[in-house]
Design a protein around this ligand. Structure first.
Ligand SMILES: [Fe+2]
Length: 281
């Protein structure tokens, strides 16, 4: 596994996933980082820089120039190596399969060689320490970058991954929905994605802020909403003919296909998620 070790970090850390070619959301998360004075070495993206939205090349170049750490998700792997589809492993003929064919073709036609080269050289695993805790950042699971780990995924599976990682926390991405779950004295955190809403009936994206607490030497982990000019992102998609469904999702906050969702997460559709925080001691 290509591993990047960021070493011991100080101060708040910003984590987010899935820019998904959404330039407006990416600009908004960069502005959040600037507002909080978070240095570039304390910012980590869980991958899928390129996907559904209208500006793949511009989004990659913005993140590349920003210089933050980015995990290789299935989309980085697919676009970086010209693999021909998004690598989610959708069954042929399912709605996700049909929808992804359009945005994959579009993004593949837009990416420069420089961007492809950057995408295929991202690390598959990132390690860091913060407030005495050790973290592993991956995209899907420890074994597979396109494996979905949801809040409803069994504790057993999360525990197995945490054991394999050998760290206090795993930060994962890929499933598109933010959540955290304590498993014994360990934690699974998915900071959510910025480039698509969380199927909760609101247009916001999600990110996480990890802030060392001065009083008790613990770590405050907070899931936050990202509001951004979502109508501009939707209009950019329409302008490029990307009208299969995700352009509406940016406005309605409802996914066009629930193929990938377990029953538990399907029941949460259209119910606004709560922001939340947990103190890790
Ligand atoms: Fe992914």
């Amino acid at each position: 596994m290509r591993t990047q070790d960021l070493g011991e970090l100080n101060g708040p850390v910003l984590v987010f996933g899935g820019p998904y070619s959404n330039l407006q959301a990416t600009q908004a998360i960069k502005a959040i980082a600037e507002q909080h004075n978070i240095p570039v070495q304390n910012i980590i993206c869980t991958g899928d820089t390129v996907a559904y939205c209208a500006e793949p090349e511009e989004t990659v170049q913005l993140i590349k120039e920003w210089g933050i750490a980015v995990i290789e998700g299935n989309c980085e792997e697919s676009f970086g190596n010209d693999l021909g589809d998004c690598g989610c492993g959708f069954e042929s003929g399912t709605q996700c399969d049909l929808l992804s064919a359009q945005w994959y073709r579009y993004a593949a036609s837009r990416l420069s060689n420089d961007s492809r080269q950057w995408l295929r050289t991202r690390p598959q695993k990132i390690l860091f320490s913060l407030a005495g805790k050790r973290f592993t950042v991956i995209h899907g699971s420890m074994e597979q970058n396109n494996h979905y780990i949801f809040a409803s995924t069994s504790e057993e599976e999360k525990r197995r991954n945490l054991q394999q990682a050998g760290t206090d926390v795993i930060i994962g991405g890929h499933c598109g929905l933010p959540f955290y779950q304590q498993i014994g004295d360990k934690l699974w955190l998915n900071p959510g994605v910025i480039g698509m809403p969380a199927n909760d009936g609101t247009p916001d994206g999600w990110y996480a802020l990890l802030t060392p607490s001065a009083e008790n030497s613990g770590l405050d982990i907070r899931l936050e909403r990202l509001s951004y000019p979502f109508k501009d992102a939707a209009q950019a998609m329409v302008k490029q003919g990307l009208k299969a469904g995700y352009h509406q999702t940016l406005i309605t906050g409802i996914w066009p296909s629930l193929d990938i969702l377990p029953e538990e997460e399907r029941k949460q559709q259209d119910i606004p998620l709560e922001t939340g925080s947990i103190l890790l001691l």
